[in-house]
Design a protein around this ligand. Structure first.
Ligand code: NAD
Length: 450
């Protein structure tokens, strides 16, 4: 190995990042298709049965210094990340299926692979959930916690967290929401401060959704929280306050997979070449439980808001009114059981070029939702843990550098989110370079011609 490619751990003096030694406990509210595909996948990779394809932390490299220096370490060698062997798991779900049974029902991974990791998967059983049908109308699970108010439920989740830490021997924890999409909610007075939120929980205020109870409990325990759904959950002043105060980083919302991933790849290309847009019609058919939940108008509205915001932000109609003013953007999700987790996303894109001449692009993406989401979950777990161990990041609250993974990235209030996948990747990698005292890469490159 060249001297410059030494693993990060071997490099001298990096006082800012604590070591990743010890077990990392991953706690997952929502043990459905995404969660089981992620956990089964980690175990399959650990046992050498499959490769972690799609995961930046496992397969990605990072260029350091000038192109001529030839320094391209793997990301996992450049920054100290938890090893896959050190991950331990627990979760919550309103259905009491263990992870093997839940994975079989989700129908994402083949039985042959699942059977090879069966003893491990069967050992992960859900804890009773904080669940309320008013927030996810299409589900009716009975494996749920009982309490006289929402504060009591939060206390029970906190007790679960402490119990898991002790019983698993984990030195650090992460909470990763892989639960269903809740009904559309907007911030209210109850979300504006910790004090107001705690009072609202005592009073069983309907502004407090179950996902917020897990988030509150995690942040109170100093545990980072990532939100894979478009729910409001941590995108609230109360959670920002708790996250900063308790040095428990947060990020979200809504994993960027499938159709929105394609949008954030294609739209920056149109803008780069100054091609105009008249309209973008997107429709999906999917048949998994997520699709069933999204069949409810309340849950769909939450998803729709998340999916719609992407194009406006990338195309910047304010700066390019001639190209992007008033384009029509329609998103549909249709629940169609025969497809299971294998979604089909169709896009019809009406663009225009030189002298205004119209053209059309059709994209038909036959994708697998949970296969695209699982590596995102893994990367978020490892990067959030890195953030927690990094003095410069742990007290900052929102981790905007993780926008790369989300349809609706979180930012501080007043700052517009960055949706362009390539800018997001540069932001992520430059953050890692910055943490390790490496030069940021600007791609200027004039010095090669001096
Ligand atoms: N798969 C993707 O590509 C993708 C992309 C973006 C976002 N998401 C979001 O990720 C989430 C998970 O997706 P999925 O395909 O695994 O869905 P899923 O329906 O298979 O799993 C969700 C699980 O959450 C459980 N749940 C619901 N409310 C809960 C609560 N209050 N506490 C604990 N568990 C609860 C459900 O019982 C279910 O087992 C969904 O919100 C989905 O919208 C998925």
């Amino acid at each position: 190995m060249a001297k410059s490619q030494k693993p990060a751990a071997e490099k001298a003096g990096n006082p800012k990042i604590e070591s990743a030694r010890g077990k990392l406990g991953v706690m997952i509210p929502g043990m459905g298709a995404v969660a089981t595909t992620f956990v089964a996948g980690v175990e399959a990779v650990r046992r050498g049965l499959a490769s972690p394809i799609g995961s930046l932390t496992q397969m990605g490299t990072i260029r350091l210094g000038k192109r001529t220096e030839g320094r391209f370490p793997k990301i996992k060698e450049f920054v100290p990340l938890a090893a896959l062997d050190d991950l331990v798991f627990t979760g919550w779900d309103p259905f009491d299926d263990d992870m093997y049974t839940a994975a079989r029902k989700a129908g994402v991974l083949e039985r042959d692979l699942l059977d090879q990791v069966k003893p491990f998967l069967s050992s992960v059983e859900p804890r009773p959930a904080v669940f309320d049908r008013n927030y996810v109308k299409k589900l009716d699970g009975h494996h749920v916690k009982k309490g006289k108010n929402k504060m009591e439920l939060a206390e029970q989740v906190r007790a679960d967290i402490r119990d898991f830490k002790k019983s698993s021997g984990a030195s650090r924890l992460i909470t990763m929401w892989c639960g269903s999409t809740e009904i559309f909610l907007e911030p209210t007075a109850a979300h504006q401060s910790v004090k107001a939120f705690e009072k609202a929980m005592q009073q069983n205020d309907e502004a407090v959704a179950p996902s917020m109870i897990y988030a509150y409990a995690s942040l109170m325990e100093g545990v980072p929280f990532a939100n894979g759904a478009p729910n409001l959950t941590v995108d609230l002043p109360v959670m920002h306050e708790l996250s900063r105060k308790n040095e428990a980083p947060i990020c979200g919302k809504d994993f960027k997979t499938g159709q929105t991933l394609m949008k954030t790849i294609l739209a920056p290309g149109f803008k780069a070449r100054l091609l105009g847009l008249n309209g973008w019609f997107s429709t999906n058919i999917l048949g998994n439980r997520d699709g069933e939940v999204l069949d409810d108008p309340g849950s769909f509205k939450t998803k729709e808001e998340s999916k719609l915001s992407v194009l406006e932000h990338i195309l910047q109609p304010d700066l390019y009114p001639e190209l992007y003013d008033k384009f029509s953007h329609v998103v549909r999700i249709n629940y169609y059981p025969p497809r299971g987790d294998n979604k089909e996303g169709w896009d019809n894109i009406d663009i225009f070029g030189w002298l205004g001449y119209p053209m059309q692009i059709k994209v038909d993406f036959l994708c697998r939702d949970s296969i695209l989401a699982a590596p995102i979950v893994l990367d978020l777990v490892l990067f959030l843990d890195l953030a927690k161990r990094t003095s410069e990041l742990s007290g900052r609250g929102i981790q905007e550098w993780l926008s790369f993974y989300f349809k609706s990235p979180m930012t501080v209030p007043g700052l517009y989110p960055e949706h362009d996948l390539f800018i997001q990747l540069m932001k992520l990698k430059n953050t890692l370079r910055h943490l390790k005292g490496e030069e940021l890469i600007t791609h200027l490159g004039l010095e090669y011609y001096d």
